[in-house]
Design a protein around this ligand. Structure first.
Ligand SMILES: Nc1ncnc2c1ncn2[C@@H]1O[C@H](COP(=O)(O)OP(=O)(O)OP(=O)(O)O)[C@@H](O)[C@H]1O
Ligand SMILES: [Mg+2]
Length: 274
């Protein structure tokens, strides 16, 4: 059932959910540039680290990459369960690649690297997308540079894209991880949104949901932007709460007082006091 605010604002669907199709992703110049960098990196068969704060749109950028890369020539494999130990990490990779996972750590590693070599012979470039990589076990991190080693480390048959929170950079910079870090040729960062980005994002997502008129006046957007500290997931949550609140009060415009009530309600949630 559609929430009441959806019909109140004459929308076709809830505008700020995570269920946005790859083709409908919001791609301002800053994000297009990131996707360009990723496309270029994998076309050059390099590996990448991409960091950013929670909710700034890292995983959505990976989806935009999936949408942009030509089907032929690349094989993307997405892994997001980073909390596994090394053997289970490779077993998960085997399953994602459609291989039967073997029992021992050596044999699962061998299956994955043999598969990479096989794809190389077929002129397909595999790209392993390791999301939430700040959570990778140290014993997995210790080993990843070995996964990049083919033909005495003279062939670039695989790209790794490690994606995570900024602490991933700190982990990679640690002395113990320098063999891997030195092999990550592109080091990218997603910044928080600017106020102009927030305005454009709200407009685009409302438009995709079937609304072309102004719903959030500019001073409300400024409040939302400041409260969300430039993270898209926080904007989604606050904008949804504000639409719901405005609909309850039968208002067609989400004005500052509505945003203020939403922010107050979040700030005074029972159990949050310290
Ligand atoms: N380019 C985009 N177009 C449309 N919506 C987006 C875009 N980027 C992010 N969003 C919205 O913000 C939400 C959070 O984005 P995403 O999951 O990509 O963040 P993240 O940086 O991967 O966060 P985390 O570090 O918590 O995994 C998405 O569910 C989506 O609603
Ligand atoms: Mg993510």
């Amino acid at each position: 059932m559609m929430p009441a605010y959806v019909s109140h604002f004459g929308l076709k669907q809830a505008p700020f959910t995570k269920e946005v199709a790859d083709a409908d992703l919001w791609l301002p110049a800053s994000k297009t540039a990131l996707v360009d960098d990723l496309v270029e990196a994998v076309s050059e068969r390099s590996s990448v680290v991409l960091v950013g704060e929670p909710g700034v749109g890292k995983t959505c950028v990976l989806r935009a990459l999936r949408h942009r890369l030509p089907q032929a020539g690349f094989r993307l494999t997405y892994c997001h369960n980073a909390t596994l130990g090394r053997r289970d990490f490779y077993r998960q990779l085997c399953l994602a690649l459609g291989l039967t996972p073997n029992a021992t750590a050596a044999s699962v590693f061998f299956s994955v690297s043999a598969h990479v070599e096989e794809l190389g012979r077929e002129r397909v470039h595999p790209v392993f997308l390791l999301d939430e990589a700040h959570l990778l076990h140290q014993d997995t991190l210790d080993h990843l540079h070995i996964l990049l080693n083919y033909s005495w480390d003279s062939k670039a048959l695989l790209s790794l894209i490690l994606v995570g929170l900024p602490e991933l950079d700190d982990r990679l910079a640690a002395r113990r991880n320098r063999s891997l870090f030195s092999r990550l040729g592109r080091r990218l960062h997603i910044s928080q949104l600017t106020p102009e980005d927030t305005t454009e994002y709200l407009r685009l997502r409302l438009e995709r949901a079937g609304c072309e008129r102004e719903v959030f006046p500019s001073d409300s957007i400024a409040m939302l932007h400041e409260a969300a500290t430039g993270a898209l997931r926080d904007i989604d949550r606050l904008a949804t709460a504000a639409l719901r609140e405005a609909a309850r009060k039968k208002k067609k415009l989400v004005e500052r007082d509505v945003i203020a009530r939403v922010l107050d309600a979040e700030a005074t949630r029972p159990g949050d006091e310290t």
